[in-house]
Design a protein around this ligand. Structure first.
Ligand SMILES: [Zn+2]
Length: 212
């Protein structure tokens, strides 16, 4: 698999011939969006502006056959911009097959309603924590976890990210959504507490390839 980190909680991820994007907000320009000849799955955790941008989402919907899985408020906001069979209002505790992936929504912790997600395809599984504080995800183990460590979210911290990792037992964690200090602190916590887990602090807009 390969992924590119966009900033905040924004990630584009490619697995074999499938591509998904999560919480991309306005982190991609229109030109880059138009270059998406193929995007299978577009996922949103909640409607804060560092995670969701209506105009950019609509543009992607226009230029691709993507399937959107989103927290209820965003699903409501996009109604009418996308054929109903390509839009899922992701209720926490439920799973849906979309774009060649199985997406499970889990209720997160945040000032606004937020979904966090486990996404699987064959043997591959990722978890994406948006900018949520800790809530138990023991039932949703994942091989790779994108975990928020803090700023500008009031809900998450290096410690909450560590608790997510302890539940998920991933072989790779990717630290995101935090200040440089918070990212570094999370790295130290993982190295001390989960030495068998690889931690990546990604650079924005650089492709990372990982075997998992
Ligand atoms: Zn937020």
């Amino acid at each position: 698999m390969a992924f590119m980190y966009l900033g905040y909680a924004g990630v584009i991820l490619r697995l074999d011939d499938r591509a998904m994007a999560i919480d991309i907000a306005n982190l991609l320009g229109n030109e880059e969006i138009d270059a998406f000849s193929k995007l299978d799955l577009l996922v949103f955790t909640h409607n804060h502006s560092d995670h969701y941008n209506r105009a950019r989402a609509r543009r992607i919907l226009k230029t691709t056959d993507v399937h959107v899985v989103a927290q209820a408020k965003i699903a409501e906001d996009l109604k009418g911009s996308v054929p109903p069979d390509r839009l899922t209002d992701a209720q926490p505790g439920t799973s849906v097959d979309a774009g060649g992936f199985e997406v499970t929504a889990i209720e997160g912790v945040h000032p606004r309603p937020i979904n966090i997600y486990r996404i699987t395809r064959d043997m591959f599984s990722i978890f994406h924590g948006g900018d949520s504080g800790y809530s138990s995800v023991k039932e949703y183990p994942a091989k790779m976890a994108f975990l928020p460590t803090g700023r500008p979210s009031p809900s998450c911290s290096p410690e909450s990210a560590l608790r997510f990792a302890q539940d998920l037992k991933p072989s790779v964690v990717v630290a995101m959504h935090g200040s440089p200090d918070q990212l570094a602190k999370f790295k130290r916590l993982i190295e001390k507490d989960m030495p068998d887990t690889t931690i990546i602090i990604p650079e924005r807009y650089r492709t990372v390839r990982a075997q998992i």
